[in-house]
Design a protein around this ligand. Structure first.
Ligand SMILES: [Zn+2]
Length: 259
């Protein structure tokens, strides 16, 4: 299941099709005694159809479809369209602060497919589920998936037990972490010392700093910062699913510029 795009908005269905050819044949409509009203009716239908067709033309540009292959990020905006283009807040080159260690995974279909992430509508928080492992070890796990083929998995960021932040996937590319929300979110995996899954103070401090930066960068709201659980019902990050108050405390520590 490498790709789960969440675009369910297809092209608008055309409104009901007008009967262009009312059944000719020998039988006349009961109420029409002369052929003239019938021809008049056909004429009106044709004119109506032409007007409808004309009205549809300018807005008929198909929205980006989920099935189409995403094209590389355009360097120039395309010709202006009459309707506002869908929000794409992730086109620019975002420079990452120096308190983040960039150690980007090599391109590979298992953990870094290189698919564009044209818009960011949220941040999804995870726990690594492997107690006591470091951010570096989890990055190696992602990297080795290119050989082990164990799973499709990765995240944009890993936060270590010691608070170190490693970036594994560029911000303008999708990571394999949050199933249906891979296509429009940034994923953060946090390390934890034990199976309970509670983050250390160092991890939590770095996570707050990182998410605050993402909130500011992408103009996010409180409801945009979510758990993996909120996407897929998975018990992840486990401690913050089992202790919703601890999750709310984390959200309370974030800074939202536009409440
Ligand atoms: Zn998760």
């Amino acid at each position: 299941m490498p790709q789960h795009y969440d675009h369910d908005r297809g092209a608008r269905r055309p409104s009901s099709v007008y009967p262009m050819t009312p059944s000719p044949g020998g039988r006349r409509p009961r109420r029409h005694r002369s052929p003239l009203p019938v021809f008049l009716l056909i004429g009106v239908v044709i004119v109506l159809a032409a007007v409808l067709l004309f009205l549809r033309l300018p807005g008929h540009k198909a929205p980006p479809s989920a099935s189409s292959t995403p094209s590389p990020i355009p360097t120039d905006s395309p010709a202006p369209t009459p309707t506002p283009s869908p929000e794409q807040n992730n086109q620019r080159d975002i420079s990452v602060p120096d308190w983040i260690t960039q150690d980007i995974l090599p391109l590979n279909e298992w953990s870094r497919p290189g698919d564009p992430l044209p818009q960011v509508n949220g941040v999804v928080i995870h726990y690594v589920g492997n107690p006591g492992t470091t951010a570096e070890q989890n990055r190696s796990y992602f990297k080795n998936l290119a050989e082990t083929h164990e799973a499709y998995a990765s995240s944009h960021f890993l936060v270590g037990i010691d608070g170190k932040i490693i970036q594994c996937v560029p911000l303008n590319e999708i990571a394999y972490c949050s199933t249906v929300r891979n296509a429009d979110t940034i994923a953060i995996e946090c390390c934890h010392p034990d199976a309970e899954g509670k983050f250390t103070d160092e991890t939590m401090a770095s996570l707050v700093k990182l998410v605050d930066w993402l909130i500011d960068t992408y103009d996010l709201q409180r409801e945009d910062v979510i758990r993996h659980y909120d996407v897929a019902g998975k018990e992840c990050p486990i401690y913050y699913v089992r202790n919703p108050d601890a999750w709310e405390d984390f959200l309370d520590n974030l800074t939202f510029p536009h409440p």
